[in-house]
Design a protein around this ligand. Structure first.
Ligand SMILES: [Zn+2]
Length: 430
């Protein structure tokens, strides 16, 4: 076994229920793209098949936290991680605005210290550095951490925990607590959130703030963003269980807001001490709790996830019915975009080499490789024009509009884009 299944809730440690709230098709790890050589090795040693992992969510009956209890070795998931934030202009812009908003909100001034957990290539920290702050990043991806350090953002290679507090402090001006710790997605990706929060608390002491972004389960359910469920992503946060979790650590979730990233995310703000019940931030937190209760989220309640399961089934029937019809008519179909989430959707709806001719991705690091499990070749976007697929299913749906805009010429040559999520739509030349 190369994974284990935790029996208890990641936030409150209560035993998880026997039955899952949501069951998806098992998938390979979403970022395990293969080279031809690796595929040949797989054929010799493992029957040609990549290992599949169960993809099931459980709702804690005590605190309401929704989670994937399947834990794959983090080294396997993240050490050779290829995602580099700075290669995507959309994310660079997101991080620039994020840094400016945090400087304003937390009241940072030149000379303050900022730590980013899961700092990737240092894109976010660079904006704080330019504003005169001392910065340190932490990231487990060896090569990316090395490059970030070389480019001027000191980055410690590793998984953040209390054991990194001293090495981080050693790289910052002495004698002052850290003013801001940020964590984007790490708070949804790490199994041991207690250890992360203990480390954060030691860094920020009584003064600083902890700000994190995670995908928001309310958006996942409302917009059928089920493909954001994959094995790197183990926590599907709502606000109410987090309030209790931070309180358990002597901290307060003092503000929370919904943001657009990844189709719908939550940005949470925590600090040491008790809540300021009269503050506008506290009111925003309570408004989100009220929304979650109204929608039926809560301890031991499965309704929103059962509704999501039904919506996935309906979307699957529509998309696969359409693609089968196109295949029968002799049409060629490609996929546009090979983000991690594409693996979940392709397995759930059986989009394999029988249906999809090739997969387009703009990342040079993925081109020339084969998709996880389905082993479909990944090629650059000029294939839209040289190989002229009749249909291209956009699985990087959060970038659907810029992709369609950039590839008007594909529509001019009578190509059709299919965007399955959040609302199924087809885009072609009128
Ligand atoms: Zn719980």
């Amino acid at each position: 076994m190369t994974f284990r299944t935790r029996p208890t809730c990641r936030l409150c440690e209560a035993a998880l229920p026997q039955t899952p709230s949501l069951e998806l098709e098992p998938t390979p790890l979403a970022n395990e793209f293969l080279s031809e050589a690796q595929r040949a090795e797989l054929a010799r040693e493992h029957d040609g098949k990549q290992e599949l992992f169960p993809l099931v969510l459980y709702t804690c009956a005590q605190c309401g936290h929704v989670q994937l209890p399947v834990i794959v070795s983090p080294t396997r998931l993240f050490e050779n991680y290829v995602y580099v934030a700075g290669t995507s202009p959309v994310f660079v812009d997101h991080f620039r605005r994020y840094a400016m908003a945090m400087i304003d909100k937390v009241g940072l001034t030149p000379g303050d210290s900022v730590v980013d957990v899961g700092s990737n290539d240092g894109t976010l920290l660079r904006f704080f550095k330019e504003a005169g702050m001392s910065v340190v990043g932490v990231d487990p991806a060896r090569e990316i951490a090395r490059q970030a350090t070389e480019s001027g953002v000191p980055t410690i290679e590793g998984f953040f925990s209390p054991s990194l507090v001293d090495p981080i402090r050693a790289r910052l001006p002495a004698g002052k607590p850290v003013s801001l710790v940020t964590a984007n997605n790490v708070f949804a990706h790490a199994d041991d959130l207690h250890s992360i929060v203990d480390g954060v608390k030691a860094l920020i002491a009584d003064k600083g703030a902890f700000v994190f972004e995670v995908s928001y389960l309310v958006d996942v359910c409302e917009k059928t963003l089920f493909d954001t469920i994959y094995h790197e992503h183990v926590s599907y946060h709502t606000v109410e269980p987090l309030i209790r979790f931070f309180r358990q650590h002597g901290m307060t979730l003092f503000d929370a807001e919904r943001i657009d990233t990844h189709g719908g995310s939550l940005r949470g703000y925590a600090r040491a001490g008790l809540p300021d019940e009269g503050s506008p931030g506290h009111k925003r937190v309570m408004d989100l709790v009220a929304l979650e209760r109204r929608l039926g989220f809560g301890p031991g309640v499965d309704r929103p996830l059962q509704e999501l399961q039904a919506k996935i089934r309906a979307l699957g029937a529509k998309l696969t019915g359409r693609l089968e019809g196109l295949k029968r008519a002799g049409k060629h179909v490609a996929v546009f975009g090979a983000p991690a989430k594409a693996t979940t959707l392709m397995y759930q709806f059986k989009l394999d080499g029988n249906v999809i001719d090739f997969v387009i991705d703009d990342s040079p690091m993925k081109q020339g490789l084969l998709t996880p499990g389905t082993h479909i070749p990944v090629v650059p976007s000029d294939a839209l024009y040289s190989r002229k697929p009749d249909y291209a299913v956009i699985l990087a749906w959060n970038f659907a509009d810029p992709i369609i805009k950039k590839h008007r010429a594909y529509l001019d040559q009578k190509g059709t884009f299919i965007v399955p999520i959040p609302e199924y739509r087809e885009v072609s030349q009128p």
